[in-house]
Design a protein around this ligand. Sequence first.
Ligand code: G3H
Ligand code: 13P
Ligand code: NA
Ligand code: ZN
Length: 308
Amino acid sequence: MLVSTSELFKKCYGRYGIAAVNVWDMEQIHGLFAAAQKANSPFIIQTTPVARNYASSEMLIAMISAAAKIYPKTVFAIHLDHGNKEHAFQSILSGDYTSVMIDASHEPFDENVKITKEIVEEAHKKSISVEAELGVLSGVEDDLVVDEKNKKYTQPDEVVEFVEQAGCDSLAVAVGTSHGAYKFSGKQGLQFDILEEIQQKLPGFPLVLHGGSAVNKDEIQRINAAGGQLGIDAKGVSDKEIIKAIQFGVCKINIATDARLIWTRVVREFFKYSPAQFDPIVPGKSYMEAFEKFCIKKFELFKSTGKA
Ligand code: G3H
Ligand code: 13P
Ligand code: NA
Ligand code: ZN
């Protein structure tokens, strides 16, 4: 059953987190829906403009609609991830999405407010909710001076003004994560002092954690053992950090990299250990099953199991 993103956040705030899973292929969609049905967990399925360029938006939406029929007990929302103005307007018009992200976080504060507000006005006419981003999410390097580092984080002093002026329904915050497999160097991790301050300024307001992948060490080792060359410094968000972030108001945890790693591991192992085979259905099936298991584990960690 398709539900609104806001409704999911209202129920989960401060208690459990909703996995927002990026999809670009059929195997993931099967795995995700199968996992959610088994775990009785709500979820958000999301697509980026890159994924939509790859598979086509129509194809992804059609597969999601089909999955809703194949797995009729699922409860989910459909979200546009990292849209610009054009993507956001188009997604609102299509009627296929329950929420959209407008990512104008690279713009100066006032411009970010202005662009977000335009999207919010259009989206709210159709009861579609809007995620905006304040602060710039990117890799944080150890050798940057503190001032430069801080520039990238969401400034707690700006969040109230931003949310009030822009009217968004949830806020993606930059609190130390980055996209991809190399999130932290050394002992770095989530900046809970910043996250806590943001929550105190915006009590009860749903926060979003981008860059939520765990980058499992075991996946990295298996990928490399099967011929991959991923860096040993690959590192993601720990389980402990996720649990703590949820308590600080993070309602939505975005996951894409972990799915890419599972695909890479399955396909590399297939070629390495079954060199005489040439049937894509064999690794496809393994990928689907591995992704289903992964999603079930994530629902357990986020404590969304049984909440659908
Ligand atoms: O932010 C989300 C993803 O990590 C980037 O995904 O390559 O589909 O844009 P994409
Ligand atoms: P990861 O790269 O950690 O999977 O983050 C995904 C994300 O934030 C999608 O918007
Ligand atoms: Na998003
Ligand atoms: Zn993101």
